[in-house]
Design a protein around this ligand. Structure first.
Ligand SMILES: [Fe+2]
Ligand SMILES: [Fe+2]
Length: 170
């Protein structure tokens, strides 16, 4: 049977955020193993760009909904944790060529681990429960569009459709 491949941008908000989390964790792991020099500087810059955009999008698009639907205190905690992550990023830059860099990376990793765990297991599932399916999907589309516009596209999935089914759907 003839098949066509189609690539679809992921528009589930939690999957988009999770993909960002995994990417930042991976970059931090590489930073932990890095030596002083240009490569480390480049990795710091990459993690700063990715993490900053991720936090800004959450703060603009996701957290206002958390205040409304989940609770102001949960949102406040998440905002404070973002503040700590921003301080952690500043420390990486400050200590890039100094002893103590490894400790700065470890502290940022631990803070992020705590934050993403809450976000993935509590905050986002609670938000999903409190939203209509269409709203949840619209949020994902909004996030995907903003990431695309910022030059950091959301992940895609490739699906294979038989031409027969495609014809039927048309
Ligand atoms: Fe996040
Ligand atoms: Fe967050």
């Amino acid at each position: 049977m003839a098949q066509t491949r189609s690539t679809t941008t992921v528009t589930d908000p939690l999957r988009i955020l999770k993909a960002d989390h995994r990417e930042v964790e991976q970059l931090l792991g590489r930073l932990a193993d890095s030596d002083e020099g240009d490569e480390r500087r480049r990795l710091i810059e990459e993690v700063r760009t990715k993490l900053t955009l991720h936090m800004e999008l959450e703060e603009q698009m996701v957290y206002p909904l958390v205040v409304e639907r989940v609770g102001a205190e949960d949102e406040e905690e998440a905002e404070i944790e973002h503040g700590l992550a921003r301080e952690g990023l500043a420390k990486l830059e400050e200590l890039a060529d100094k002893p103590g860099f490894g400790a700065a990376v470890a502290m940022l990793q631990a803070g992020i681990e705590h934050h993403v765990d809450e976000e993935e297991k509590e905050l986002m599932p609670s938000l999903k429960d409190a939203m209509e399916r269409d709203e949840w999907k619209a949020l994902g589309e909004q996030l995907a569009q903003a990431k695309e516009a910022a030059g950091q596209p959301a992940p895609t999935t490739t699906t294979r459709r038989s031409s027969k089914r495609k014809k039927k759907a048309a």
